[in-house]
Ligand binder design. Structure first.
Ligand SMILES: Cc1ncc(COP(=O)(O)O)c(C=O)c1O
Length: 382
């Protein structure tokens, strides 16, 4: 009897396992990474990876040293991690001012968003997002069998509070607000968040503060008073460890009680926990980077404007530039080793390209490369 089946023997008629009804109806999430293009650059070309809003520099030396030291213990990879990342939560409590019990550490803040959607959403729920915003949230909401309602404001750079107030209905289960928002940079003031939470106590307000450190404002202090508020944060931006995948959320006891039903306490890996603790401990490194990004953000926006472009600075680690032919700009920049993100296809955001901001030297280098391109393509920024 033959038991092995080779791939060539599988015909189209063989029935395949059926995915869940919700997943069956979805298109694959299409993430575009520049890493392959960066690896293929000619030797000697220094890449400027400015497309995913990561930190543009390596993390603190202390992160590398802490991981190397940790790996010195031969058992440190064969044992499961510190369950629930207790040590990291204790450090985060000191950093955020929130209690240890109100912090949950996740595999990047993406995982926090996913967990919140899994825990709180059913297919019939109404979910609002202030649009345009971080697209991956839509994927997590869709996995629950619903399509979030996109609330737009006439000018995408206006604060969306009034529009959200108008759009919330009796079935609105969740409202997603990124602050500063990606890609607009818009900040929702904490007072607005408090007012929304007070007015709609049955709705869960999710404030995504991935870029918090670059703007300084936060709604985290409101969590104690508002049981319907969750704030998510990440180590992927100013802490420089996007590759380790660490994020966290801050929420009150009622939300935490629900989240713990599905939360996997061993899902954040050991190296991520050690790296995040070391990154958190190096305050000077973080503060210097955040300060420098603030300076180079203004430098870049001004340099783009000086070259005739419509450019906007933000309170996050990116600058926006609006051009007639965004794809042409993105492709031209790639020819000189610069990778930025075309956001122009987002509804209400026509023409805008997002450029991650790094150090001043990197932004000067970027402007130099743009100047070279402008010699042969003088209307590139028009
Ligand atoms: C608003 C926002 N939230 C979350 C994330 C994802 O962060 P993490 O790397 O922590 O999953 C990003 C990444 O760009 C983002 O822009």
């Amino acid at each position: 009897m033959q038991i092995g089946v080779s791939f060539s023997q599988q015909s189209e008629e063989v029935p395949l396992p059926r995915p869940s009804g919700v997943v069956d109806g979805l298109a694959p999430y299409d993430a575009v990474s520049s890493l392959d293009a960066i690896r293929a650059l000619p030797a000697g070309t220094v890449p400027l990876k400015l497309d995913w809003n990561e930190s543009a520099i390596a993390p603190s030396r202390q992160v590398i040293e802490a991981i190397q030291k940790f790996l010195g213990n031969t058992h440190h990879l064969n044992w499961y991690p510190d369950l629930g990342a207790t040590r990291l939560r204790t450090a985060l409590s000191a950093y955020t001012g929130a209690s240890v019990d109100s912090i949950l550490v996740t595999n990047g803040s993406d995982d926090a968003l996913d967990l919140l959607c899994k825990t709180y959403l059913d297919a019939r729920d109404d979910v609002l997002v202030a649009w345009p915003t971080y697209g991956h949230f839509l994927v997590f909401a869709r996995s629950r069998g619903l399509e979030p309602r996109r609330v737009t404001v006439g000018d995408p750079f206006d604060v969306p509070t009034a529009a959200i107030l108008k759009a919330i209905g009796p079935r609105t289960q969740m409202v997603y607000l990124a602050s500063p928002n990606n890609p607009t940079g818009v900040v929702v003031p904490a007072d607005d968040v408090a007012m929304l939470c007070r007015t709609f106590p049955r709705t869960l307000f999710l404030v995504d503060e991935a870029y918090h450190e670059f703007c300084g404002q936060t709604a985290a202090g409101l969590v104690e008073r508002h049981p319907n508020l969750v704030v998510t944060r990440t180590f992927s931006k100013c802490f420089g460890i996007a590759g380790l995948r660490v994020g966290y959320l801050i929420a009150g006891p009622a939300v935490m009680h629900q989240l713990r039903k599905l939360y996997n306490p061993k899902s954040v890996n050991v190296l991520a926990q050690v790296g995040a603790q070391a990154a958190l401990a190096d305050k000077a490194f973080r503060e210097e980077y955040v300060y420098e990004v603030g300076q180079s953000r203004e430098f870049l926006a001004a340099a783009l404007r000086a070259r005739g472009a419509e450019a906007r600075s933000t309170q996050a680690n990116f600058v926006l530039v609006r051009v007639r032919e965004p794809l042409r700009l993105v492709q031209a920049l790639e020819t000189v080793g610069v990778f930025v993100r075309d956001r122009s296809h987002l509804e209400g955001f026509g023409g805008w390209v997002r450029v991650t901001v790094g150090t001043l030297a990197q932004m000067q280098d970027l402007v130099g490369r743009i100047d070279v391109l402008l010699q042969s393509l003088p209307d590139l920024l028009a």
